[in-house]
Ligand binder design. Structure first.
Ligand SMILES: CC(C)(COP(=O)(O)OP(=O)(O)OC[C@H]1O[C@@H](n2cnc3c(N)ncnc32)[C@H](O)[C@@H]1O)[C@@H](O)C(=O)NCCC(=O)NCCS
Ligand SMILES: Nc1ncnc2c1ncn2[C@@H]1O[C@H](COP(=O)(O)OP(=O)(O)OP(=O)(O)O)[C@@H](O)[C@H]1O
Length: 204
């Protein structure tokens, strides 16, 4: 089975693109969703986070206060690196298990991840699709979606690959500087190309 990595910076349109691939019947593994699951109440990683950052990192209901942790890790590199060394191996294992569970179910699957190329997650994929758009549009879309302030979004972008570095590592590029309909049309064509790649190279 062909494993296609779909990546792009914050607010680039990974969720929007994933929804289109899903509508075409392709299974999606979303690293952001897995990253949330591994810190749910009862998970060992959440206990480690509370030990490290203190109980103030929890909301009143005992779940992780994500806004608090976001503010902490994107204003202090050491804190971010600590969190990543805790979570990235756990996330990677869950992704591997999910890839195994999809074997034989589809010619190809999509692994959507903001840090595909920044971490060793790229070793799990056969083809890299990068969603590209001008950085000012990326900031604008992320800000209007999340109520994150622009300064915080820029700090998050600084912890990610640059636009050019990401493009240099792409096998295919989706341009998302225009409308959602335009993105949808590109995905229809890319889906055909990926399907052909899967059939020709993996005989599925
Ligand atoms: C810091 C946290 C709690 C903030 O949570 P929040 O709900 O506000 O954001 P969410 O998880 O939805 O992430 C939003 C976007 O931020 C960016 N982002 C998240 N983590 C990172 C990181 N370590 N480095 C760079 N960018 C990141 C991505 O573009 C992501 O799509 C959360 O992002 C987190 O636990 N990050 C560490 C785990 C991780 O690296 N996840 C990325 C997927 S593997
Ligand atoms: N072509 C487009 N035109 C207008 N709005 C768009 C377009 N593509 C995405 N958006 C919007 O921009 C915002 C960011 O898109 P999306 O959530 O898909 O990005 P993402 O890459 O998944 O972000 P993150 O890394 O933060 O999870 C969303 O509100 C989405 O609806």
């Amino acid at each position: 089975m062909l494993v296609v990595g779909l990546t792009g910076g914050i607010g680039s349109g990974k969720s929007a693109a994933s929804a289109q691939f899903e509508a075409l019947g392709r299974p999606i593994i979303d690293a952001d969703i897995i990253a949330r699951e591994v810190v749910e109440p009862g998970e060992a990683a959440l206990t480690r986070i509370v030990e490290h950052f203190g109980p103030a990192i929890l909301s009143d209901n005992g779940s992780l206060d994500r806004a608090h942790l976001r503010e902490t890790v994107f204003s202090d590199t050491k804190s971010r690196e600590w969190l990543e060394q805790l979570l990235h191996p756990i996330i990677r294992h869950r992704i591997m298990d999910k890839i195994d569970s999809y074997q034989g179910m589809s010619p190809f699957i999509i692994l959507a991840s903001p840090l595909l190329l920044e971490t060793d997650q790229h070793k799990m994929v056969d083809h890299v699709v990068v969603i590209d758009l001008p950085e000012n549009l990326q900031v604008e879309r992320a800000a209007s979606r999340d109520a994150n302030n622009e300064e915080q979004i820029k700090r998050i972008m600084a912890a990610q690959l640059s636009r050019q570095a990401r493009l240099d590592l792409a096998d295919s590029v989706l341009e998302n500087g225009s409308t959602l309909d335009n993105l949808k049309n590109q995905i229809k064509l890319l889906d055909i190309k990926l399907r052909e790649l899967a059939v020709n190279e993996y005989r599925v």
